[in-house]
Every structure is written in structure tokens, then in C-alpha cells.
Design a protein around this ligand. Structure first.
Ligand SMILES: Cc1cc2nc3c(=O)[nH]c(=O)nc-3n(C[C@H](O)[C@H](O)[C@H](O)COP(=O)(O)O)c2cc1C
Length: 197
């Protein structure tokens, strides 16, 4: 496998902008993106970004690197462990999908792709978004962490003095890219000193 591949899952949690930024920077890095979006994920993309699920729109014109799969096509190649890839990020990740993946119940392609990523011992990153966190979600997070997944809640830091919403989105997108080993030029690194405002 020469070209790197990352599977992205978008669920119906708030924060579609994070998904768009992650996909954009994966494609800037020349990474193939394999995209599964839940029904509620489609709704949130439309509600929050006025976007339909469209590879070009999500990658800022690099749609040739983005493959979009039908939501319920559990026969798609990302549903199989034989499809080699470099990891999966679910961003944003709802409590519903968190619970499904933690319990091993796979009700759609996104959940199946996540279960397969775990069983193949590949990197699975869940960018959970809900507040406050319910006890059941916390237990599910622990189960997933024990199974090898990385829990990366959408909680951007403020130590780089963000000025805009885009700065906050970039901060988290950069963290998620770091977790799958994809280089980026987003401003996420602490240099040892607070930047000058
Ligand atoms: C506008 C809107 C915002 C939502 N935000 C969240 C959220 O931030 N976190 C969450 O866990 N669920 C959120 N939900 C609820 C999920 O969409 C719902 O649990 C759904 O079943 C998730 O399905 P999915 O995991 O298949 O995408 C939201 C729903 C709507 C309509």
C-alpha cells in the first residue's frame, strides 16, 4: 500500500466543521480519504455548514482523493478487514455511535468500519462531543480505551490564544491529524511560551 489511507466517520454530533477541516488537511497531505457518514451526520453537515456529503466540497476541491460510501452499504470495502488502511477517525463522534462501537453492535457502515478497525488492531480515534458526559458514555469510553481506541474529545485548548472559531477548529483538527500520524501545518504546537497577543 503506497498511498496512505484514512477512514473518516462523520456522525450526528455537533461539530461538522472539525470533520471538514480534517478531511481538507488529509487531502492536502495527499492521503486518500474513505468517508462514511451516518444519517444524522448528513443532517449536521447540512445544518451547520450548508453542505451535502460531497468529496469536493469537503476537501476544498481535492475530491479525487475522497471516496464517499452509502451509509448502509455494509458490503462496501471499508467494512472488511482486508481493506488496508492507516486508521480511522470518527469526527464528530456522537454518544450513540460511541455506544454502538463500544458494544460491538454495528448498525451502519460507519459503525462496522470502526469495529473492523478495532479488531484489526488499527488506530481508531473517537472525537466525542457531548457535555456533560453521561456515566454510560464514560463507561463506553473506558471500554473502548481498553480495546485500544483513542478518545479525543472535541475540547480545544486556549493556550495558543485563538482569535477566531477557525483557530479553535484548526487546533482540534491538528490534534486529530497528529493521532493518525499525518503531517500538517496547523498551529497546534506549544513552543514553551504563550504567543504574543
Ligand atoms: C442538531 C443536533 C445536534 C446534536 N448534537 C449532538 C452532540 O453534540 N452529541 C451527541 O452525542 N449527540 C448529538 N445529537 C444527537 C444525535 O444526532 C443522535 O443521538 C443520533 O442518534 C446520532 O446518530 P449517529 O450516531 O448514527 O450519527 C444531536 C442531534 C441534533 C439533531
Amino acid at each position: 500500500m503506497s498511498t496512505r489511507r484514512i477512514v473518516i466517520g462523520i456522525t450526528g454530533a455537533s461539530g461538522a466543521a472539525y470533520a471538514r477541516r480534517v478531511i481538507e488537511h488529509l487531502t492536502i497531505a495527499g492521503v486518500e480519504v474513505h468517508l462514511a457518514v451516518s444519517a444524522l451526520g448528513r443532517r449536521l453537515l447540512l445544518d451547520e455548514l450548508d453542505l451535502r456529503v460531497d468529496g469536493d466540497a469537503l476537501s476544498n476541491g481535492r475530491g479525487h482523493l475522497v471516496t464517499v460510501y452509502p451509509e448502509n452499504d455494509v458490503g462496501a470495502k471499508i467494512a472488511s478487514g482486508s481493506f488496508l488502511h492507516d486508521g480511522m477517525i470518527i469526527v464528530p463522534c456522537s454518544g450513540n455511535t460511541l455506544g454502538a462501537v463500544a458494544s460491538g453492535v454495528t448498525g451502519n457502515l460507519l459503525q462496522r468500519a470502526a469495529a473492523v478497525t478495532l479488531k484489526e488492531r488499527r488506530r481508531l480515534v473517537l472525537a466525542y462531543r457531548e457535555s456533560p458526559m453521561g456515566h454510560i458514555d464514560l463507561v463506553n469510553m473506558l471500554r473502548l480505551s481498553e480495546a485500544g481506541a483513542v478518545l479525543a474529545p472535541l475540547a480545544p485548548g486556549f493556550y495558543l490564544l485563538p482569535q477566531t472559531v477557525d483557530d479553535l477548529v484548526d487546533f482540534m483538527a491538528g490534534k486529530l491529524l497528529d493521532l493518525v500520524g499525518v503531517e500538517h501545518a496547523l498551529n497546534t504546537r506549544w513552543t514553551g511560551q504563550t504567543p504574543k497577543p
